[in-house]
Design a protein around this ligand. Structure first.
Ligand SMILES: *Cc1c(COP(=O)(O)O)cnc(C)c1O
Length: 374
């Protein structure tokens, strides 16, 4: 059986330092925020090439607090995409704003800059492009439009740790960059975690206050805040894993290149080529009109796959209240129908990649055989 993800294999790589670091927190008696969190914040800010990182309890918390720090208020509109995890849209609701959705580009699967510009109104208060699957959205075009209208850009970089264009890393393009450290993300904690990165040290102070009950100094609550802190065990786990991240990303890219080589001659639609540095392959999604059958047949052949995501947010029952209908975002809807995510994680070895590819090729050939039969 080839798993879709194998976190136990990743644990083996970091077991010794990780166990020692977690044990040191257990023995310290200091479990929430504190020096371990501050140390990870410094390391992650440096990794992203920004002045500040503010660690929080999840990627969702990062988005929620970044929206508040950007000044989003009830009645405002925030533009994002329907082809994302529901958390992006949920966070906009937490901030009291109205999510305004725009379709994605069919090649990059990320926000269409033209659709973004067309959706801007006097109520637009922020834009949240999503670096879906680990591929950077078109930050040059989106940033230029946002600048022209004076709209803050909040990157949903939950899948894109370390993705880079022209030396700038995910999270460093916009006013705020939001990361998730959910265990299966490219940099994952041993539980929940997230971070907001920013160049703005004043904004970072506000974020640190918001995540910790609106305090500025002990028991001085200057604004209504939240309990969205990171705990020290997650911080040391992330600190131990961060030095491995670039090596893990290289392995993901090598696997993606192998899929491209092995599957290039099939009728399966592969992800459009991206410049080397701008994709960190959190997900490698092929497309097929026969996705569901392909997925079942691969499962029978011992290959686990995933779907990210089978239904765009505007067609989820929870978001029916937004008032969108099937057909409103044809690109997202088509991708949701066709996406099939293949196993891609750093510990996946070449023979396993070859087995996934040959299982797919066999299914494609059988289909042709039957088609010729009929
Ligand atoms: C994972 C993810 C989130 C939410 O992060 P959590 O840590 O699970 O709260 C938000 N947006 C995207 C695109 C994600 O993949």
């Amino acid at each position: 059986m080839i798993p879709f993800l194998d976190l136990k294999a990743q644990f083996k790589t970091v077991q010794e330092p990780l166990e020692a670091a977690v044990l040191s927190v257990l023995r310290s008696g200091n479990y929430v925020l504190g020096e371990p969190v501050a140390a990870f914040e410094r390391a992650f800010a440096e990794y992203c090439g920004v002045g500040e990182a503010v660690a929080v309890s999840s990627g969702t918390a990062a988005l929620h607090l970044a929206l508040l720090a950007a000044g989003v208020e009830p009645g405002d509109e925030v533009i994002t995409v329907p082809m994302t995890f529901v958390a992006t849209v949920a966070a906009i609701h937490y901030a009291g704003a109205k999510p305004v959705l725009v379709d994605v580009d069919p090649n990059s699967f990320t926000m269409s800059p033209e659709a973004f510009e067309a959706a801007i109104t006097p109520l637009t208060r922020a834009v949240v492009p999503v670096h879906l699957h680990g591929r950077l959205a078109d930050m040059a075009a989106i940033g230029a439009i946002a600048n022209r209208y004076g709209i803050p850009v909040i990157e949903d970089a939950a899948q894109a740790h370390g993705a880079e264009r022209d030396g700038i890393r995910a999270g460093a393009f916009g006013s705020y960059g939001c990361f998730s450290f959910y265990p299966g993300k490219n940099l994952g904690a041993c539980g929940e975690g997230g971070a907001v990165v920013t160049h703005d040290s004043k904004a970072a102070r506000l974020l640190r206050s918001l995540r910790d009950w609106g305090q500025e100094g002990r028991s001085n609550h200057v604004r209504p805040g939240f309990n969205l802190r990171l705990d020290a065990i997650q911080a040391v786990a992330l600190q131990v894993k961060l030095p491995y991240l670039d090596g893990w990303t290289q392995k993901r890219r090598r696997i993606a290149a192998a899929y491209e080589r092995l599957l290039g001659d099939t009728e399966l639609q592969l992800p459009a080529p991206a410049r080397h540095a701008e994709h960190v392959f959190h997900v490698y999604a092929i497309q097929s009109e026969e996705r569901d059958r392909l997925r079942a047949e691969l499962a029978k052949a011992g290959v686990s796959t995933g779907i990210h995501y089978p239904r765009p947010v505007h067609l989820q029952p929870a978001y029916a209240g937004l008032g969108y209908e099937p057909g409103d975002f044809p690109v997202s809807e088509r991708l949701a129908r066709r996406f099939l995510s293949l196993p891609i994680f750093p510990e996946l070895v070449a023979p396993q990649v070859a087995r996934v590819a040959s299982a797919l090729i066999r299914r494609c050939e059988e289909r042709h055989f039957h088609a010729a039969d009929a």
